[in-house]
Design a protein around this ligand. Structure first.
Ligand SMILES: C[S@@+](CC[C@H](N)C(=O)[O-])C[C@H]1O[C@@H](n2cnc3c(N)ncnc32)[C@H](O)[C@@H]1O
Length: 253
């Protein structure tokens, strides 16, 4: 499995405005708090990146006694997070080997990151270890097996092969969680729509979608040229695209 170098992406990561716009109020965290009356909660954003989830939730949960934590393997991404947030505890570290005591967290949020882990079973073992009993692991990621017509794969077909090597499908994720004694509840949100190619050209040019850094340069430039050609020929051109997101709430029993 190839590894994305986030030090080359950190500076441009937040330029994609969809990344912050799509983050929703964490209703699952709210439910956890409503069902567990405690004097303090510890919430970890696992692979917090530039801190987009934390910024949003820390504002929304400002009246709650929550200690916020962020861990990420990339110093460059953490630097961006620290520029935005001063009330969270950040550490550099790997999902597969987290520097926390057993049972530290009530809630672990994990967005768009699990496919990056080289040792996924080991990461789940660590998640299970650092969660308290009754605590929640919330997995959220794109569901690549349900989005074969994604515009990225349309223009950069080798990206699909790279993603198939690194993403777990829903059956594997569900099985691996339940085999570790989690009670898991998984759902996929799917949509298909017509996408105006011109509106997405700058995302491809920015090359900050991790899989575009994993395909070779000639595949990347070939795809980019095809996109530019389509836009030059017809600035209004649309293609059907699909998009799917997987959410899994897993409770440590
Ligand atoms: C696509 S970014 C997602 C960042 C953030 N969660 C978000 O939603 O914007 C993936 C993040 O995973 C981090 N990462 C990759 N491998 C990791 C590992 N083994 N342990 C911890 N973090 C890792 C990267 O450094 C990067 O910040």
């Amino acid at each position: 499995m190839k590894i994305t170098n986030y030090s080359s992406i950190a500076d441009k990561y937040d330029k994609n405005q969809y990344r912050s716009e799509e983050i929703r109020f964490d209703q699952d965290l709210r439910e956890y708090i409503d069902n567990h009356q405690q004097s303090e909660y510890h919430v970890l954003d696992l692979s917090c990146g530039t801190g987009l989830y934390l910024v949003k939730q820390m504002k929304a949960f400002v009246d709650y006694p929550i200690r916020w934590h962020g861990i990420d393997a990339s110093e460059a991404m953490l630097t961006k997070a620290k520029e935005k947030i001063d009330q969270a505890i950040f550490v550099k570290g790997y999902a597969e080997n987290m520097p926390y005591q057993p049972g530290t967290f009530d809630f672990i949020s994990n967005n768009y990151a699990f496919h990056h882990y080289g040792k996924k079973e080991q990461a789940l073992k660590e998640i299970e270890r650092v969660l308290r009993i009754g605590g929640i692991y919330k997995y959220h990621n794109i569901a690549i097996h349900d989005m074969t017509k994604w515009w990225v794969y349309h223009y950069f077909p080798s990206a699909h092969y790279e993603d198939l090597k690194r993403f777990w499908n829903k059956e594997v994720l569900f099985h691996e969680l339940t085999a570790r004694g989690f009670q898991a509840n998984l759902k996929i949100e799917y949509k298909m729509e017509e996408l105006k190619v011109a509106d997405y050209l700058h995302f491809a040019e920015n090359r900050d979608i991790s899989v575009l850094t994993l395909i070779n340069d000639s595949d990347y430039h070939e795809g980019l040229e095809r996109m530019r050609f389509d836009v030059n020929k017809n600035p209004e051109k649309t293609i059907p695209t699909d998009f799917a997101e997987m959410f899994c709430i897993a409770q440590k029993i």
